[in-house]
Write a protein that binds this ligand. Sequence first.
Ligand code: ZN
Length: 142
Amino acid sequence: MSCDCCPSTPARSANCPACRQAGAAVGATTLLHQLATPWQQPPGAEPHYFCNQRDCPVVYFTASGRQFSAEALRQPVGQKSNAAGRTLCYCFDIRYSDLADPGATRQCRDFVIQKTRDKVCACEQRNPSGRCCLRDFPTEEE
Ligand SMILES: [Zn+2]
């Protein structure tokens, strides 16, 4: 549970008001880099959560009912699309269509893993989820 006095320790997840699925907490840094005209809709201290359900229109939400849909963001949200050209890795612009076969998938995955180790990723700023893109990669079996 979160409390009003400790915005730095929000609940790790909360259920999306639209689809009822769990959304993971995102930091204010992510919101400030993702929202269009963030000065007109500052995140504030309340914890925000990211809904990664593809068919749900809500991208960010708070426990008090604040919601942001894709139109409130400055770039398309890859997690909300099944288009071939959707972005998987926002740090290095890897698209779903770049993973044409298992070899290409492995090459992209290994590249991201190496860059993560090198600490040159910018997931918190660039990815709408605020997290590493590897979780959005298809599994080897797909
Ligand atoms: Zn949702």
